[in-house]
Write a protein that binds this ligand. Structure first.
Ligand SMILES: Nc1ncnc2c1ncn2[C@@H]1O[C@H](COP(=O)(O)OP(=O)(O)OP(=O)(O)O)[C@@H](O)[C@H]1O
Ligand SMILES: [Mg+2]
Length: 352
């Protein structure tokens, strides 16, 4: 439909030119006939009349064309140029009004619409960028304040050895948190900019999952959580370094968001030719509203949980799964628990 309108519009341009030329020639013929009748054999006079007539006709047509150009070409081109200059200067709030209503768009209206869409996208990216910077600054501020306070306190000659050691432990833990924040931001950045090349090696998923669970053994014991593993022997072709990010974050969340005495279950099965990992817990669960944002950067569901972590874990998990070519979904009920399901693409899977 759009293309048809475009052709009709450019056709009408040619039609105007054709009619103008036809009009000049017709009027010229009439003027010639009238001049011949009036001046008979006086060829010099006829030529002069013709010259003046053609000159005026051409002048009138040029004026009409000038006005047409001014309104139909120069005006929209000026508007577009002005807008592109503002965009180049970094102003993404520019929106230009089209000259015709939708349905009667010409080429300029279409360029204007595309420009408007582009600036809308650019302003969205700009908002995301500035949100990201303020989130990072916020996440950096808290641990930096802790480091400043505790390192000042540790210099106090009055405090006993035990307190000093406790303060030193806080400093070490905070430095680790900072370091993991920076590492996560860098990983996310690399994944988002697609600056990574994934390795393709055979990975024993069950072994990877057991190793990942082992890393949380102390915390699981500390919280007296019941652990249930049901891992089938499955080998897929994928990138173990990136898969590790997925398992670590899912298991870390399950441990973190499950109260003492609860239970965690990790299973690995083959379903319809795909490797399916389920990480379930009997923790606090995720409400529908929270569930809509858990894969967003820096999103943390509940302020009571916000004390630990930076809300980057699931954002990273989602990016990794996208890059590796898989799917992730979550089922959850508030107060009962959550199940995260990861399905790794069939095409990448190879039985050993
Ligand atoms: N197993 C879970 N049970 C309940 N809520 C969860 C679970 N996993 C994630 N969430 C919710 O999703 C939010 C985002 O999770 P994400 O892993 O991205 O951040 P985080 O764990 O708070 O911080 P980080 O991963 O950076 O340490 C969490 O803050 C929490 O509200
Ligand atoms: Mg997490």
């Amino acid at each position: 439909m759009k293309n048809r309108t475009k052709h009709i519009l450019s056709l009408s341009g040619y039609l105007v030119l054709f009619l103008t030329v036809a009009a000049i020639i017709t009027v010229a013929i009439f003027v010639y006939a009238a001049a011949e009748e009036r001046f008979g054999d006086n060829k010099g006079m006829i030529a002069l009349v013709m010259l003046i007539a053609v000159f005026f006709l051409a002048l009138v047509c040029t004026l009409i064309d000038g006005i047409r150009r001014k309104t139909m070409i120069d005006r929209p081109v000026e508007k577009i140029l002005e807008a592109t200059e503002r965009i180049t200067a970094g102003d993404f709030s520019v929106r230009i009004a089209t000259d015709h209503p939708y349905g009667r768009y010409n080429e300029f209206d279409r360029i204007i619409e595309d420009l408007n869409r582009m600036t809308a996208e650019l302003s969205k990216t700009e908002v995301l960028r500035s949100d990201f910077v303020s989130n990072v600054s916020h996440e950096l501020k808290t641990p930096l304040a802790i480091i400043e306070n505790y390192s000042t306190a540790i210099r106090d000659a009055e405090i006993d050895r035990e307190t000093r050691e406790r303060y030193a432990d806080v400093l070490i833990a905070t430095a680790k948190r900072l370091s993991s924040l920076v590492t996560n931001i860098l990983k996310l950045n690399r994944l988002e900019n697609q600056q990574i090349r994934t390795e393709q090696t055979s990975v024993r998923l069950d072994e990877m999952l057991s190793d990942a669970i082992l890393q949380f053994e102390d915390r699981i014991e500390e919280k007296k959580l019941e652990l249930d593993c049901d891992l089938d022997e499955i080998t897929i072709v994928s990138d173990p370094n990136y898969l590790e990010i997925v398992w670590n974050n899912l298991i870390s969340n399950a441990v973190k968001f499950t109260d003492a005495g609860g239970s965690i279950r990790v299973s690995l099965k083959e379903e319809q030719g795909a490797a399916v990992v389920r990480v379930s817990d009997t923790g606090c669960g995720i409400s529908k509203e929270t569930g809509e944002h858990i894969f967003d950067k820096f999103y943390q569901g509940d302020t009571s949980h916000a004390q630990e972590g930076n809300g980057l874990g699931l954002a990273l998990v989602k990016k990794v799964i996208d890059v590796l070519g898989g799917e992730i979904s979550v089922e959850s009920e508030v107060g009962k628990g959550s199940t995260f399901l990861v399905r790794l693409r069939e095409g990448k899977r190879r039985e050993k």
